[in-house]
Design a protein. Structure first.
Length: 386
């Protein structure tokens, strides 16, 4: 076992060696511009992009022409939310989202609020889920978009997306889903979930950073969307700019691997996660699970520890990479907006850890982490009591 141990796979993942191998030729021999129509360099790049587009589409049950390549889920969220808002001008000015969304979604909504849009941020239950009926009540005749994430990046909770999709379809309101944490981990199907727009990204599924996709429905209820990046008209005019061919090839390969391996990998991660949770909870009192266990990604665990200082806890875990329940976007750490939305007190939120297991996590690493965490928490509690 090698130290330090990486348990922060919700932040990013290591590139799978099979993904890297698929990408390498596209930096050197096959370096063409996929938009070059006059020679074989361009044709080869275009061919590779077409194969990858099919692989990406297959993982989510889409057609390849519904995939728009972007730089990642942040950009996809921006194009979906601002793009629909702009294309709906004059027809409505209301958006429904949720309090526990990723900042990429929340900050797009905030920007639109400054431009005069109204946004309803649905609260979540203590288990982290949005009750579909709350969504139904929030919809108005002026609602132009619903944006609810598939799975939460901090507490791993999986929203009732197909029920929410049914309601949005009934009301003929476009439905956007940030699925960066769900795609490749649990089965996602844009048709059975009635999704119109969906953001996802390669670096959360053992692919490279800087490449992602926006799914845009083109069958049945077609969504209207205005581009946020103008230029050469790439990606059906929705996202101009020379395609990142090696990144796209890697993204395609990463999706194909998930499609092949998810059925085995998902229960493996689930049992590693349970081993981590049970190991910690059996050895320590005063540990609480954040978010419900029933509708949850198999690789996620988020725990709060009473009676310890969050910063000392992280410092003690010097050879385990995890995230804390505080957002350090500024100098003073703030309790995460997700934990706050669950009603968790700031002090307890600071003493929270997010574990994200991944393809390269092992039982040996989990056992090491359990022993280390139990030791550090016991030590900190003893110090605090003297
Ligand atoms: C990681 C993540 C993003 C951002 O994705 P990038 O590809 O890094 O821009 C957005 N939403 C969620 C839920 C994420 O987990």
């Amino acid at each position: 076992m090698k130290l330090p141990i990486y348990m922060d796979n919700h932040a990013t993942t290591a590139v799978d060696p099979r993904v890297l191998e698929a990408m390498l030729p596209y930096f050197t021999e096959t370096f063409g511009n996929a938009a070059s129509r006059n020679h074989v360099f361009g044709w080869r790049a275009e061919e590779a992009v077409a194969i990858a587009r099919q692989q990406v589409a297959d993982l989510i049950g889409a057609s390849p022409r519904e995939i728009v390549f972007t730089s990642g889920a942040t950009e996809s969220d921006n194009v979906a939310i601002k793009g629909v808002a702009e294309a709906s001008e004059g027809r409505g000015d209301h958006i429904v989202s949720c309090a526990t969304e990723h900042k990429a979604v929340l900050d797009c909504c905030k920007r639109l609020e400054k431009r005069g849009y109204r946004v309803s941020y649905l609260p979540v239950q203590p288990d982290g889920l949005v009750p579909p009926e709350a969504l139904r009540r929030a919809l108005t005749g002026k609602t132009v978009l619903v944006s609810i994430m598939y799975a939460n990046n901090e507490i791993g909770t999986v929203q009732p997306i197909s029920e929410i999709g049914r309601i949005t379809r009934e009301h003929k309101v476009p439905f956007h889903v940030d699925a960066a944490q769900a795609v490749g981990k649990i089965p996602v199907d844009i048709d059975s979930d009635s999704i119109d727009l969906m953001s996802f990204t390669a670096h959360k599924i053992c692919g490279p950073k800087g490449i992602g996709a926006l799914y845009v429905r083109r069958r049945g209820s077609r969504v209207r969307l205005s581009a946020q990046m103008d230029g050469g008209g790439h990606e059906r005019g929705l996202r101009s700019g020379t395609l990142n061919v090696p990144g796209i090839v890697g993204f395609g390969k990463a999706c194909a691997l998930c499609a092949d391996e998810m059925e085995e990998e998902s229960p493996r991660l689930g049992s590693l996660r349970d081993r981590l949770m049970n190991g910690i909870m059996q050895a320590l009192d005063g540990v609480s699970l954040n978010g419900g266990l029933d509708h949850r990604l198999p690789n996620n665990l988020n725990l709060s520890f009473t009676g310890v200082d969050g910063e000392s806890l992280l410092l003690g875990l010097d050879d385990i990479a995890v995230s804390s329940g505080s957002a350090c976007t500024t100098d003073t750490p703030e309790p995460s907006h997700v934990l706050r939305a669950l009603g968790i007190k700031p002090e307890l939120a600071h003493a929270s850890l997010r574990f994200g297991l991944g393809r390269f996590s092992t039982a040996e690493e989990v056992d090491y982490a359990v022993a280390k965490i139990v030791d550090v928490v016991n030590r900190l509690r003893k110090l605090a009591s003297v």
